[in-house]
Design a protein around this ligand. Structure first.
Ligand code: ZN
Length: 297
């Protein structure tokens, strides 16, 4: 059986081969294409079927990034083209899942990808000190998120939230996710009907829709922040990484077979009404989902 390689490659013959995206559109396309490559690689590893006849997936690096031609007084200047706020979940390796390497992505990871003060401070830093290179800011949720799951379970059984096993610091995270859970529940009840909570798959749908709304709401907040700072050439995007297909999509139906065309980041909402529309859209998609593909349990 052939091995399947995921390679970070520096080419001495072309030490500056890799170029950084010059605008938001190119930056978005670079992340999406990188994710398609990553998902194909993961599918190859899982199925033992190589795509495009190849067995190697290459992430290019330039000379300074890997320190290959560094002089005594020279270090790589930090120049990421994207800021990504994602969850701390160990199954969601930010650079890798976007097919990126050194110095490409300014990454902030916190459980439930919530925007606390310290997180906002890091984003403000990136949008100030690194604004020459940063073209997009991405809010990235992921399917089966433990923090969102805990918020959903607390929503369904409030006594869990107040139990001694839930620490005040964990409660602070869950509280920030409750609004998304409420929005997700409203969307499901509108589409599935008044008895939605008794329909099989309700809890898992609530989790997956809350993951999407949680990312969308944070993206909405971030858009306001970039506008407040006058960074109108920086685009704010959001998406959800599906642990099963390894693809970043929006909207997302967890458990679907990976297809290149599923990959896509969405622009941050302009209006809170878009959260309601997204919750309804996902409720429809998950209603149609084959129970066999419900991978949340
Ligand atoms: Zn998570």
């Amino acid at each position: 059986m052939n091995s399947v390689d995921y390679v970070y490659r520096f080419d001495p013959a072309n030490p500056t081969l890799k170029s950084s995206p010059g605008d938001a559109l190119t930056a978005r396309a670079t992340l999406e294409e990188g994710n398609r490559m990553f998902a194909r690689w993961m599918a190859s590893c899982r199925d033992g079927e190589l795509t495009d006849g190849g067995s190697t997936y290459v992430v290019p690096c330039n000379a300074l990034e890997v320190g290959m031609v560094r002089k005594a007084d020279q270090t790589a200047r930090q120049a990421p083209f994207a800021v990504v706020v994602g969850c701390s979940d160990a199954r969601v390796p930010t650079e890798m899942l976007f097919g990126q390497g050194f110095n490409d992505v300014f990454v902030i990871r916190v459980a439930g990808n919530i925007l606390g003060d310290v997180c906002m401070g890091s984003i403000d830093f990136a949008l100030t000190a690194l604004i020459e290179s940063v073209k997009v800011v991405v809010m990235l949720g992921h399917s089966g998120c433990g923090a969102v799951t805990a918020a959903v379970d607390s929503y369904l059984e409030p006594l869990k939230f107040w139990s001694k096993t839930t620490s005040p610091t964990l409660r602070a995270i869950l509280e920030r996710i409750f609004v998304a859970v409420r929005e997700a529940a409203n969307g499901i009840h509108e589409i599935w009907g008044a008895d939605a909570s008794r329909i099989p798959g309700y809890r898992s749908a609530l989790i997956e829709i809350a993951v999407a709304i949680n990312a969308a709401q944070a993206a909405f907040d971030l858009r306001q922040e970039t506008e407040r700072m006058g960074r109108t050439n920086v685009e704010v995007l959001f998406g959800v990484y599906d642990l099963h297909s390894y693809q970043v999509c929006m909207p997302v139906v967890p458990g679907l077979k990976a297809e290149d065309q599923h990959v896509g980041l969405a622009p941050a909402p302009h209006d809170p009404a878009e959260f309601i529309a997204l919750a309804r859209q996902m409720a429809r998609l998950l209603q149609l989902r084959d129970p066999e593909t419900d991978t949340s349990n």
